[in-house]
Structure formats: C-alpha cells, structure tokens
Design a binder for this molecule. Sequence first.
Ligand code: ADP
Ligand code: MG
Length: 379
Amino acid sequence: MAQEPLAADAKPWRSSEETPFIKLRNITKVFGDFTAVDDVSLDIYKSELFCLLGGSGSGKSTLLRMLAGFELPTSGTIEIDGQDMAGVPAYARPTNMMFQSYALFPHMTVEKNVAYGLLRDGVSKTEVKNQVGDMLALVQMSELAKRKPHQLSGGQKQRVALARSLIKRPKVLLLDEPLGALDKKLREETQFELVNIQESLGITFIVVTHDQEEAMTLACRIGVMDQGRIVQIGEPEEVYEYPNSRFVADFIGSVNMFEGRVIEDDDDFVRIQSEDAGCEIYVSHGVSCSPNQTLWFAIRPEKLEITKKKPKGSTNIISGIVEDIAYLGNLSTYRVRLDSGKIMRLTRTNRARSDEDKITWEDKVYITWDDKAGVVLTS
Ligand code: ADP
Ligand code: MG
C-alpha cells in the first residue's frame, strides 16, 4: 500500500542535526470561542511530502491556510526557509496552494491556463513556451494542450491545476484534498503520479486529506489531526504499526481493540487480563504502566491466525464462532463472534489448495497471534 519510501539517507526527520524547512511553533487559531487549531508545533523538511490526515473539522484546512497566509494565527510562529512569515502576505510567501475546486479559467485553453502566471510575471514568450511544454509533459497533458477546461475529465482538470500551481516552482506546494473530486480508481492511479511528480521536482508538498489510505500511499510522513491538535507524527509504517493512542489505531486501518488490566508487569513482558477478549494476553515487551492499570490491547486483522484445531498454550488464544466471511479474491475477511460477545475481525490470504483447514460459517474457531503482533495503548 505504501510507496517505496525515500532512501534511508533521505529521511532528514530521523536526524536531530538536519534543519527543518518549515517550522511551526505553538500555532493556535481561534474563531470566536472555537479553537480550530490548538497549539500545533511541527517541522517539515525540504522535498518532503507531508500529509495532514484527520476527520472532517479537525483543523487541517485551517492549518494549511495559515501556511499560505490566507489566515493569520491567533498565536504561534511559522517559519519557512529561515524566514518568519509574520506580516508576510500570501502573495509574497514561497508557497502556492492548489485548491480542490480547481479554479481553472474556463475561457482559456489548458496551455494558457498553465502559462498565465509566467506571462503575468513578464517571462519571455519562448521561455514560457518551453516551461509550459515541460510541465504539461510532466503531468501527461501535452496532447490536450489546446482543449478548454469544459472538454476535460475531472482527472485531467486536476492535472492542469497541478501544472498551473507548479509552473512557478514554489518552494512549497499546499494541496487541500487534491484528489477529492476523483472516483476511487482514478484516485489511486493519480496518487502514484502525484508522488512521482513531487519526487522529480523535489518541491516540498503538504497535502491535506481525510483518507487514510491516501495518506499512507502519498506521504513520507503523516501528521494525524484530531480536534485541532496533531496527535501523532510518523512515517506511514510507524503510525500504522505503532499508533500511540486508541484514536490513531482506530483511525488508521482496521483494528481489534480489547480493554484489559495489567496483572503482571515485568521489564520485558506484561500479562493483561481482558474480559473483553475472554483470555489472558501476553505481550513480550515492556510497557510503561502501573499495576492494575486499565489499558487497551490493539491488534490488526492481518496479524491473526485462525484455526479449527485448538492450539497449544493458554495465552493469546480466543475462541469464537464464525459469523461472516467476505471473499475478497486474494484474501478473505472473517468476522468471529467471541464467547465474550465481542466481534473480532481478521483477514487471511487465500492460498491455493488449502482445503484441509477450510473454515466456513458457524464453525467454532480459535484465534491466536504472536506475542509481539499487537500494541498496548494507555490512552
Ligand atoms: P478540516 O479541513 O479538517 O475539515 P477546517 O480546518 O476546515 O477542518 O475547520 C476546522 C474547524 O474550524 C471546523 O469546525 C470549522 O467549522 C471551523 N472553521 C473553519 N474556518 C472557520 C471560520 N472562518 N470561521 C469560523 N469557524 C471556522
Ligand atoms: Mg478541509
């Protein structure tokens, strides 16, 4: 699902010696008595594709608009490329914004739409022609250069808008739900193209999206937003494998969550009693918690094994009845009703010729997992 990440030496956020390109410090935005963005501090690096991911109303667009200079922070500072943005109007910032409603000029051809910004800046005609040609080639719109916006599909308009917002080579491109108007299939294709374009230009992209799969596909790093706050920042794999809260675990991907209580807390393992799961859960790494503390064990559907035969051992085994199976081609999804009444969701790859342990509706099954496969959450 995730893109092939940048090479290990191109992950500046992993080094404390790298200087961030964009620095947000304690940014808050209040509308009346409503806090839309709440004390956000964030570093973004040069050539990074950073995604702000969150549900509707979580403050993503407001944060982006403050970067663009369309909205002023109530408090806090924004620095881009070493320059404090306080008092710098939108047009003088090293940023450009691509809007979801592509806002193309309807009476101008594709070519002219893209050329507009350069011509207005007095760039010579030959130079404009060259640059527009290169940019249309990059977004694969060369052949449709003479068309007008109403003669284009949604995906094509999106490409023109992208070309237009990149033609002046902003240092930072801000994209608010850039693929929001496209249907699912086109959206997925376009995600990869967007990544390719971003990588080939090396421009820093900040993309707002509410779609977690999209964020996973596009981003070098994701900042997860909830109620105006950034609740976790990490590489896609990090936020998926190591969510830091129930909110993030639940928001990104699908997860089974069990409430429990610590019954044994050692340096390198914990045992959790969970009525929710109806079994004892053993986790083979230390967890910072206090004795008897309530916490949550979260495990992804693809990390679970399902069998009809009772496995050996006494921890990390849950039994239940198969309530539903969805065949998805390469994998199947099972919904199992546990003895505790809770529904557990798991997926299994469909191997050819695996009839010997075929599982069907109403079967009694056992679910097990590796003692490192889940995460323990304390908030
Ligand atoms: P998102 O992009 O994550 O969906 P927004 O940043 O657009 O969220 O909005 C965050 C919250 O701030 C919402 O509750 C929205 O209603 C509120 N908000 C945004 N802009 C304004 C405004 N100009 N005046 C009042 N409230 C606003
Ligand atoms: Mg928005």
